[in-house]
Design a protein around this ligand. Structure first.
Ligand SMILES: [Cu+2]
Length: 110
């Protein structure tokens, strides 16, 4: 029996590994506009990607307040930057060029 049977099993295994409906990594967008991150608080799942898009006329950064974990460096007007978050936690971040710009990212298992 069965080569056919076994290969069906392998195929199913691949489908599961690729992520069923529950576990698909998602892409989230944060826009930077009028000197604000929007949304200001974003909750994502481990493995998800976040794209920051600078829609302002001045440069900005998205930089972890801890100084660790992530740093977009300068995003020119119209530029974007993305990062995949694999570790759960709560990350406050800022724009290092405009210290009043603050936001947070929560990485929490679904
Ligand atoms: Cu800024």
């Amino acid at each position: 029996m069965s080569v056919l049977h076994r290969s069906a099993g392998a195929w199913l295994g691949l489908m599961l590994a690729a992520g069923g409906a529950a576990g698909d990594p998602a892409t989230h967008r944060v826009s930077i506009e009028a000197m604000r991150f929007s949304p200001e608080t974003l909750t994502i799942a481990p493995g998800d990607r976040v794209v920051w898009e600078n829609k302002d006329l001045v440069p900005h950064t998205a930089t972890a307040a801890s100084g660790q974990n992530f740093d977009s460096r300068t995003m020119a007007p119209g530029a974007s930057w993305s990062h995949v978050f694999s570790i759960s936690g709560s990350f406050a971040y800022v724009c290092t060029l405009h210290p009043t710009m603050k936001a947070s990212l929560i990485v929490s298992p679904r």
